[in-house]
Design a protein around this ligand. Structure first.
Ligand SMILES: [Zn+2]
Length: 660
């Protein structure tokens, strides 16, 4: 007789490379995830919607509906009737036009816990608890909606193709500088005595700072104006001005003061950081290579005083006092990201931080090395583990759903160095495959902490993902230029689009919009016959284009919008032509099909579940879609199905598939 689970836990990992995750599980390196795979059902062919990108696919998973039904159809969203060059970040819960599973099961009196789940802010949860949801980090804000607008522009000539496609895959073309998510208080920062060129080695998916010189170097000078200096043979001082930018709670950068001390007389060996120059209460005392404990303080912001936490690490201190590097993590608000609002105040993490940016960002910029990167990533994991453990053990709940982002950050940053097909040499890919495993180990550690908060006899554990990834391996096709060459897009002298003569523009990852009369503000194409002719011209231009460098066609297919319905793309929130790119081109994910494989990369989704009522030790060959998971689990648990769900029940995963 089959059993009915009382509780369901769904842990979402962003962009794991599923065949590799599976292999690490089978090798015994990820025991918590392996327990789910070995004791339950593993779907080898999990498909995810196109574009293979974060906001639409996560919202699809928890509504069971297609992105076209939901209205979140890419990293950014374009509202019909808006100018064709206007989009906004796809993390706004108001854009989700389908019922979330937590609101469906609230109809049956069930309570949910939703953690760090994209597209869920501001919270609309009816019965339960929520943390984060405005970005991919608890303190990251792609919402308010305007925070990630984009423009359609040809790249300025000084931007290389690499920079271009890193931006383009997020729906933000390189012509739109300075568009980035906000943090709650301040992004991370490096205080260094030597300037350096930032971000020259690695991919920088979100940073406008690539190639710019590092912030103004700090200077070390003899201390003046201190009321008391700790005992030392020699001392130097520096003023540290924190430089918040793109902050949700804007604040003047606080100024800290640092003493650099030679305590033994054989060279500088310690720094002490203070709020002021009275030298009474240090914020941190650090030797080279040391992290501070988590520092909690109240900051004055435009929105009033806000509690926040951060940590410092002394990355470098030369004995002669000539070279010093001090890193501060993002300053992470300890409030403002929970529902109910008071929940934030209940959560305490001794060693963790509710991060505000990918820890990979500071690595990409050249602030710190791999070890520090992994330590910072671990601080974020620790905080999430602590927060989830607190809620799961202190509150009443039936459904737990969470999204965890670091694999995605990792592959954007390092996939081309960890794939032997693109790495510079074997030493490089070996080194970065070790980093890859460490990222998966953090996923596993998180899964272990979370899953152990529920009784395995009555709980279904599930893991799911929104897409996979591959290494950056070729140029990003110049889609706007292809349209220009076909006479479909015209430019003014200053390279802006001449809307009075433009019939088509590329927008976001996979869409071409026709500048349509009656729908678009500057529309020139008549609906009907002319519209259909322009569709054909676009498809011809895209599919006939050959990349001059490789001789390959980058566009795998281009479909009229009405034909794209057969791959579940339709409605008011998608373009008039839909295309996908060959896996031989472009960045990590987005415009590629979920079946794409290249090098060690794979775009497939993760789909595994174990527990009461689920078959044990089964590998499913059949296709499943990531949006099948929630309908399947609701069916199994006897809970209401989300109102707009289109995913199917995966009957082959169930011990007793027949209707009750
Ligand atoms: Zn993603």
């Amino acid at each position: 007789m089959s059993k009915v689970p009382k509780k369901v836990m769904i842990l979402g990992l962003d962009a794991p490379i599923v065949p590799r995750l599976y292999r690490y599980c089978k090798e015994g390196k990820l025991p918590a995830i392996a327990r789910v795979i070995n004791n339950g059902v593993w779907a080898k062919n999990c498909m995810v919607p196109l574009p293979t990108i974060t906001p639409p696919n996560w919202s699809s998973i928890v509504t069971g509906a297609w992105p076209s039904t939901i209205g979140v159809t890419d990293f950014n969203v374009h509202w019909p009737g808006d100018p064709l060059d206007r989009t906004h970040g796809g993390f706004y819960s108001g854009d989700v036009r389908a019922e979330f599973v937590w609101n469906a099961i609230a109809r049956a009196g069930k309570k949910s816990v939703v953690v760090n789940y994209p597209t869920t802010w501001p919270p609309v949860i009816k019965d339960g608890y929520q943390i984060g949801g405005s970005g991919v980090e608890v303190n990251q804000w792609f919402w308010p909606a305007g925070a990630f607008g984009s423009e359609i522009g040809e790249p300025p000539p000084n931007l290389d193709d690499k920079t271009l496609f890193r931006f383009a895959q997020h729906g933000v073309e390189a012509g739109a500088p300075g568009q980035m998510p906000r943090c709650s208080m301040s992004f991370s920062h490096l205080f260094a005595t030597q300037g350096f060129e930032m971000g020259t080695a690695h991919a920088l998916p979100f940073s406008p700072q690539a190639g710019q010189l590092s912030p103004e170097p700090i200077t070390l000078e003899p201390p003046t104006g201190w009321s008391m200096i700790p005992p030392a043979k020699k001392a130097l001082e520096a003023t540290l001005v924190v430089q918040p930018f793109s902050s949700l709670y804007r604040m003047p950068g606080p100024t800290w003061h640092m003493l650099v001390l030679d305590t033994e007389g054989d060279g500088y060996d310690k720094v002490v950081i203070y709020d002021g120059k009275d030298a009474s209460e240090p914020m941190a005392e650090l030797k080279e290579g040391q992290w501070s404990p988590i520092i909690r303080k109240e900051f004055q912001t435009e929105a009033g005083p806000r509690k926040a936490a951060f940590a410092l690490k002394l990355l470098k201190l030369s004995r002669d006092g000539q070279e010093l590097r001090l890193f501060h993590t993002p300053i992470c608000a300890l409030e403002g990201w929970s529902y109910p609002e008071s929940l934030a105040g209940e959560i305490h993490s001794e060693k963790g931080l509710p991060y505000a940016e990918p820890a990979f960002l500071a690595y990409d910029l050249g602030y710190y090395d791999i070890n520090t990167l992994l330590e910072a990533t671990e601080m974020e994991r620790q905080w999430l583990s602590d927060a989830c453990t607190y809620i799961l053990t202190n509150k009443t709940w039936d459904l737990f759903v969470m999204h965890y982002h670091p694999p995605d950050h990792a592959w954007h940053s390092i996939s081309w160095m960890m794939d032997p097909a693109t790495a510079r040499d074997e030493a490089e890919w070996r080194k970065f495959q070790e980093v890859e495993l460490k990222i998966y180990e953090m996923c596993d550690h998180l899964a272990d902490d979370i899953f152990s908060c529920a009784d395995p006899d009555e709980t279904v554990y599930a893991l799911v993902s929104d897409h996979g990834a591959k290494a950056t391996n070729g140029p990003f096709p110049p889609v706007q230029r292809i349209l220009m060459n076909a006479g479909l897009q015209m430019r003014n002298q200053d390279r802006t689009i001449d809307w009075a003569k433009t019939k088509a523009v590329a927008q976001r990852s996979v869409y071409i919009y026709i500048n349509l009369k009656g729908r678009d503000p500057d529309g020139i194409v008549e609906p009907g016959e002319e519209y259909r002719q322009v569709q054909e011209q676009i498809i011809k231009a895209l599919t006939e284009y050959v990349d001059p460098a490789t001789g390959k066609k980058p566009v795998l297919f281009a479909l009229r919008k009405e034909d794209a319905r057969f791959i579940n793309i339709y409605g008011d929130y998608v373009g008039d032509v839909v295309y996908a790119l060959s896996e031989h081109f472009g960045g990590q994910h987005g415009a590629f099909l979920p079946t794409a494989e290249w090098g060690l990369g794979s775009l497939r989704g993760l789909f595994t579940m174990a527990g009461p009522g689920i078959k044990k030790g089964i590998e499913l060959e059949r296709n499943v879609w990531c949006l099948d998971m929630v309908p399947t689990l609701c069916y199994l648990a006897g809970w209401p199905i989300p109102r707009d769900a289109e995913g199917a029940i995966v009957f082959q995963a169930l011990e007793d598939p027949d209707p009750k």
